[in-house]
Design a binder for this molecule. Sequence first.
Ligand SMILES: Cc1cc2nc3c(=O)[nH]c(=O)nc-3n(C[C@H](O)[C@H](O)[C@H](O)COP(=O)(O)O)c2cc1C
Length: 355
Amino acid sequence: MEQPTPEQLRFVLESAILAPSADNHHRVRFTVSGDSIGVRLVDRRLPLEGGYKRVLLLLSLGALVENLTIAASRFAIATEALLLPDPAHPDVVLKIRLRPQAAEVDPLWSMIPLRHTNRALIFRGPAMSNEQRAELAVAVGTRPGNELIWLDETESRRQVLRLMRCAETERFRNPLLHEELFSAIRFDVGWQKSCTEGLPPGSLGVEAALRIFFAALRHWSLARLANIFGAHHLLGVRSCFLPCRLAPHLGLLATRRTDDQSVINAGRSFQRLWLVVTAHGRVLQPMPASALYAFPAASEEGIPAALQRHLVEGWKKVLGDSFPLMLFRLGSATQSPVVSGRRPLTDYLEGAWGV
Ligand SMILES: Cc1cc2nc3c(=O)[nH]c(=O)nc-3n(C[C@H](O)[C@H](O)[C@H](O)COP(=O)(O)O)c2cc1C
């Protein structure tokens, strides 16, 4: 059987790293040997079981695998992704086998470089047609165990927005979450330029008049002072409540199981949905904090126990026995001139191989 050429492998892996990750930081390395690609974690092992950091990483890995699979289909190559870890090599989390001449071309491959996170304050209509909603349901349904829920009725949106606002406000109030959020923002590149890792400030949708204030808040001492006057509430309203309240659609990806494989599957479904949204000419912004801070071990990672319990109870009322994994607002908006970049593929490769 014909092996993929080095050019095909390069295209496939470059498409893989174009996948979204929580803070635009793919902490992985690829090793190719024969017909298989190993994915190794730079941090050596998965974060705490049951914690939100593990879920963020697995969702990003799922998106990466989905991009890789869709890109490989361009050359009729099928993939089989196996979630490890192998006890002998706990840092190798995934093995992806490539099977040439076994896949149909998936036209979504051409959407991979066009997809970006959009953080414009206002997403406009028109609302999706029934046909477009059905296409998104099919995209999510390609992996088992996932559910796509639209929160477009006044009452359901109000109920979920309360939970989202609580969690997003906490990101500005809690010193650990504040550090996590602001350390990912690359203030060193300025507001006009992109960067190959981390979040360029120009991609955040912050209004010109508010930029100095926002940048100053990266210093915890200032943020703490501003919070005495309620800055965290204002930021929760501006960064989450308003944009979600005004968006034509608010979506939720839920799952019936939260084991590692199910979360990877959800990451794959979400990425597929995002590429179909891109093909429809629409944009989205992921906002999963309220879902992830409800995970059982989140309080061991710095989420206040009372907030974690509040979120668990709130989600139970909305979803019953299912678990929320990803929330996103969706609509139409012009793309910001500044979007996140990626490091060159060679930075992600290790071992001797021919791409
Ligand atoms: C699991 C996950 C969580 C994310 N959470 C957020 C978020 O809370 N807020 C946000 O604005 N973007 C979020 N994003 C989007 C990433 O910041 C974005 O994908 C990354 O910076 C790369 O930019 P790009 O999507 O334009 O390629 C998330 C993405 C993923 C995959």
